[in-house]
Design a protein around this ligand. Structure first.
Ligand code: BTN
Length: 254
């Protein structure tokens, strides 16, 4: 059953904010990039009840069932240098997990760099993109999905499946916007160290985890050994070599 999103409820909790809401849109990333190019203020939110061409990482699509999830892109204008983008992505993961915890009591795991997990399955993902001097923070959360298409059913979950009850998408969105701003402000004021430390604590994947890392041409296997100052993952390979993982799908090895 599709439950309409009460955007007025969200707007009344965030009265001074520009929020563009679409019943259906291709991708909120495209709309937010367009607004950022037109100099919209920091914190502008573009969201949709449905995406018909939701974007995931590596050119994948993001399953965006109508009326069930949160699909938003937030325009961020902070004085971060472009090389801070990996740490911004980690901060957004922390913000998403915090908003989920506050709204639903569900404690999420974070899989470097950008997957939000419940019971080892993905319930949320982060996509960051640069548009001029702005960062576009794309966040997708599977909230009230009761099932997924067959190709996703083994890897995906939702807050509803994880908790056995439905959740207010409006409350979660308001909390998410507050959390995103508080983690970005922390990064701005205190630098990268607190975000790296918090992500390391919040993620079961950052230290001492046996994983495989898909590097396209090669599959690396080894044990994770923390984050670099740039927010990249350190992997001590089973072959004895140390690797700094800049990108790539990390999966647990049994
Ligand atoms: C990933 O884990 O692959 C990243 C998924 C990001 C999905 C969100 S949904 C809102 C925003 N609009 C998009 O088209 N993608 C991001």
């Amino acid at each position: 059953m599709t439950v309409p999103f009460d955007i007025e409820r969200v707007k009344s909790s965030l009265p001074d904010r520009r929020i563009d809401w679409y019943p259906s849109v291709g991708s909120t990333m495209t709309e937010a990039s367009r607004l950022a190019a037109d100099d919209c203020p920091s914190g502008t939110v573009v969201g949709a009840d449905e995406q018909t061409a939701g974007l995931g990482r590596y050119g994948r699509t993001w399953h965006s069932e109508p009326g069930a999830g949160i699909y938003v892109s937030i325009v961020l204008r902070y004085p971060f240098s472009p090389d801070a983008l990996p740490v911004v992505t980690l901060a957004l993961g922390l913000a998403t997990a915090e908003a989920i915890l506050k709204t639903t009591d569900l404690a999420c795991d974070l899989r470097w760099p950008n997957d939000v997990l419940i019971q080892s399955r993905k319930c949320g993902g982060i996509l960051t993109q640069i548009e001029g001097s702005a960062i576009i923070a794309g966040i997708g959360i599977n909230v009230n999905h009761s099932a997924f298409p067959q190709d996703l059913s083994v890897v995906a979950t939702s807050l509803r499946i994880g908790s056995g009850r439905t959740h207010s998408r409006e409350r979660l969105l308001v909390e998410l916007i507050h959390s995103v701003e508080s983690f970005c402000s922390l990064l701005e004021k205190e630098g990268r160290a607190p975000i790296l430390a918090m992500f390391t604590r919040a993620s079961s994947f950052v230290t001492g985890r046996k994983v495989s890392v898909d590097q396209g041409e090669v599959m690396l296997r080894g044990t994770t050994a923390g984050l670099t100052e740039s927010g990249f993952l350190i992997l001590h390979g089973d072959d004895g070599k140390s690797n700094v993982i800049i990108a790539g799908g990390v999966r647990p090895c049994s």
